[in-house]
Design a protein around this ligand. Structure first.
Ligand code: NAG
Ligand code: NAG
Ligand code: NAG
Ligand code: NAG
Ligand code: NAG
Ligand code: NAG
Length: 590
């Protein structure tokens, strides 16, 4: 599929960056599989005419795809409309990319005749199916090609509407705003790109239970994911601390378990989030964690929970308040039957997966469980096996594929079906072992991709022994995972080819004990972008070399400015001294 010779390949562009560092080069994030650029200037404006499979596409700022259901043309029309807003209205003047005081002399002259991009021809070469809009890993073709000719014709070709959306994001990153007015240009025509992702699952774990997030902040995160070509939003919807998910047949769960009235997601919110995501090529995966991390259900259903708020909590759970589902109580199955019969049919039209949790089940809680009365794994493991057999059957019956945290198969030796996707967080050895046993895996390796780490403890320590023991109050997964560390992670490190194929991708995790919607953008971005590039472009480049920070830093710095211009409050990549001139060696360790 590669139409470029190796002289134009990515690693050589990196070389040219080092040699002619003062001119921004194609900085598309995540890096496309292959591309070539020129040095002609083209302008773009409101008059851009767009066609889709030969027919005129009437794009407009703020256009929202119309239902019912999902139409490829509507999704593309929405995508073009959003991307044109990013290009024309939410663009940035790239003074941070040019050497001090050199921006103006580097910008194309406004006085000269301008060649505008007059037409964007979008061709979708295959027909979308129902799976396009809720794909399992491997079921969506996200590949695309994009060209921008010096005569002002741009072309996108993709098999699916999702591929078109990915192409549009790359297109949007070609343009800058002129400092002297509302003029938008690229200096890199002609452009040719062919591209496709290396991993099918490129996600973010969003924890709406420890702190509540408005639907708007979830929308904003989905927007940013789309800019990064990420495609899975995993919403950890409930935990022991709060139950924000409204279950119409069991309203007592949120009425007693939400943090406050109104701090909930209605069925309409859930559907709206899923539709919003699908329109952007993102699939939402909801998680209701079981049998651990569900203590708050005791406020409305004490009969199904063991050890609610048990003390001292550190003996019974990973963080307060404790509480797990009882493992041998006749009330638990009816509870889960009713809960799942309500949730699953509502999410199934829009999601391919449902996450059943399974992390950090604390066996000591079962000492307190009147139906178990022991922490002996010989007693508990068969009960857990029966629990997940039944629970995954509920998920499958609703047409969804179950996901679980790695402890279920790896620590508790519970057998799960071949269809189940296992989410690993304990690192390389765990992934090797899980894939070695034939499990499909996504990775959230906490040594690299836990974005909440390294910001200090969120627990309190009394003066005296506690203060002295825990000083200086590092959290359990300190240090912080800076974007360079996030970027260094290879999800397939140390695996055989067969094992590597089972790694479907990964998710960065933003566990929210000390994150809420005020600081979530700063936590997620640009670090999720770093993971996003690993997952889209691969840890190695087209010539098989490890991607380097020297290549990534200037592009990520530029992309951060794009995210900022589009309303994502991303942290900076580094100070302006390091970005001006796009010379990564200026801030390289010596
Ligand atoms: C643009 O690229 C062409 C072909 O590589 C080269 O000959 C020309 O000098 C370049 N022009 C500028 C202004 O850099
Ligand atoms: C530009 O060139 C392409 C490829 O040769 C052609 O398909 C397109 O019609 C041209 N556009 C204009 C505006 O001349
Ligand atoms: C589970 O409960 C049943 C019925 O109450 C009881 O007969 C059985 O011994 C219990 N199993 C365990 C492992 O405690
Ligand atoms: C199991 O429970 C007993 C108390 O019943 C306790 O002494 C023991 O430490 C527990 N085992 C583990 C592994 O925590
Ligand atoms: C699972 O199996 C491993 C290896 O046989 C064993 O070390 C571990 O204790 C088992 N875990 C449980 C909870 O039974
Ligand atoms: C890439 O980096 C990893 C981790 O440092 C190293 O093991 C591997 O040999 C490197 N591969 C190449 C091709 O440089």
């Amino acid at each position: 599929m590669k139409f470029l010779d190796s002289a134009n390949m990515f690693s050589n562009v990196y070389l040219s960056l080092l040699l002619f560092a003062s001119t921004p080069a194609l900085a598309i994030w995540p890096a496309p599989e292959s591309f070539s650029t020129g040095n002609s200037t083209l302008w773009i404006g409101h008059q851009l005419s767009v066609t889709y499979n030969g027919g005129h596409l009437a794009w407009a700022f703020g256009y929202v795809p119309q239902g019912p259901g999902f139409s490829s043309k509507e999704i593309v029309k929405g995508g073009v409309s959003r991307v044109m807003k990013s290009i024309l209205e939410d663009n940035f003047v790239p003074w941070k990319l040019y050497k001090r005081m050199e921006l103006e002399s580097s910008e194309p002259a406004l006085s000269k005749a301008k060649t505008y991009i007059s037409e964007l021809q979008i061709t979708q070469t295959k027909t979308d199916t129902a799976k396009t809009f809720k794909p399992l890993a491997g079921e969506a073709d996200e590949s695309y090609s994009l060209s921008v000719g010096t005569n002002g014709t741009a072309k996108i070709e993709a098999d699916s509407s999702t591929g078109v959306l990915r192409a549009l994001e790359s297109f949007s990153q070609l343009f800058y705003k002129h400092s002297q007015g509302p003029f938008i240009y690229t200096k890199m025509a002609p452009v040719k790109i062919t591209d496709k992702p290396q991993y099918d699952h490129r996600g973010i774990l969003f924890d709406v239970s420890r702190n509540f997030y408005s639907v708007d902040s979830i929308f904003r995160t989905i927007d940013a994911m789309a800019y990064n070509k990420m495609n899975r939003l995993h919403i950890h919807a409930t935990d022991s601390q709060s139950w924000p998910l409204e279950i119409p047949s069991m309203p007592e769960l949120h009425q007693k378990g939400a943090y406050a009235k109104g701090m909930t997601y209605s069925p309409k919110d859930v559907t709206t989030i899923q539709e919003y995501a699908i329109q952007r090529g993102v699939g939402v995966i909801f998680e209701i964690d079981t049998p651990g991390h569900i203590g708050v259900a005791a406020l409305s259903h004490p009969e199904v929970v063991t050890g609610w708020n048990s003390a001292p909590w550190s003996q019974y759970c990973a963080e307060p308040p404790c509480g797990q589902l009882r493992l041998n109580d006749s009330s638990v199955d009816p509870f889960l039957d009713k809960l799942m019969a309500d949730v699953l049919p509502r999410v199934a039209p829009y999601s391919a997966y449902f996450h059943t949790g399974g992390d950090e089940v604390n066996f000591n809680e079962y000492n307190l469980d009147p139906t178990v009365g022991t922490n002996d794994s010989a007693v508990i493991v068969p009960l857990l096996q029966a629990f997940f057999d039944k629970h995954h059957a509920r998920v499958r019956k609703a047409g969804l594929v179950p996901m679980v945290w790695e402890e279920i198969p790896a620590s508790y030796n519970v057998t799960v079906g071949d269809d189940v996707v296992v989410q690993s967080w304990l690192g390389d050895a765990a992934i090797k072992s899980l894939t070695g046993q034939g499990h499909k895996v996504i990775t959230s390796n906490y040594n690299y991709w836990y974005l909440d780490c390294g910001r200090g403890q969120w627990l309190n320590f009394a003066n005296g022994a506690q203060f002295d023991t825990y000083y200086p109050f590092n959290d359990w997964c300190s240090p912080a995972k800076g974007w360079r560390l996030v970027y260094s992670y290879d999800p397939r490190a140390g695996l055989t080819d067969d094992e590597a194929k089972l790694v479907l991708g990964g998710e960065v995790a933003a566990w929210s004990e000390s994150i809420d919607e005020v600081n979530i953008d700063d936590i997620l971005w640009p670090r999720s972008s770093a993971a996003g590039e690993v997952l889209w472009s691969g840890r190695t480049d087209a010539s098989g070399q490890n991607r380097t920070q020297l290549d990534a830093a200037p592009r990520l710095a530029e992309f951060r400015e794009r995210m900022l211009a589009r309303g994502i409050k991303s942290a900076p990549v580094h100070m302006v001294f390091c970005t001006q001139g796009m010379d990564p060696s200026a801030c390289q360790i010596t």
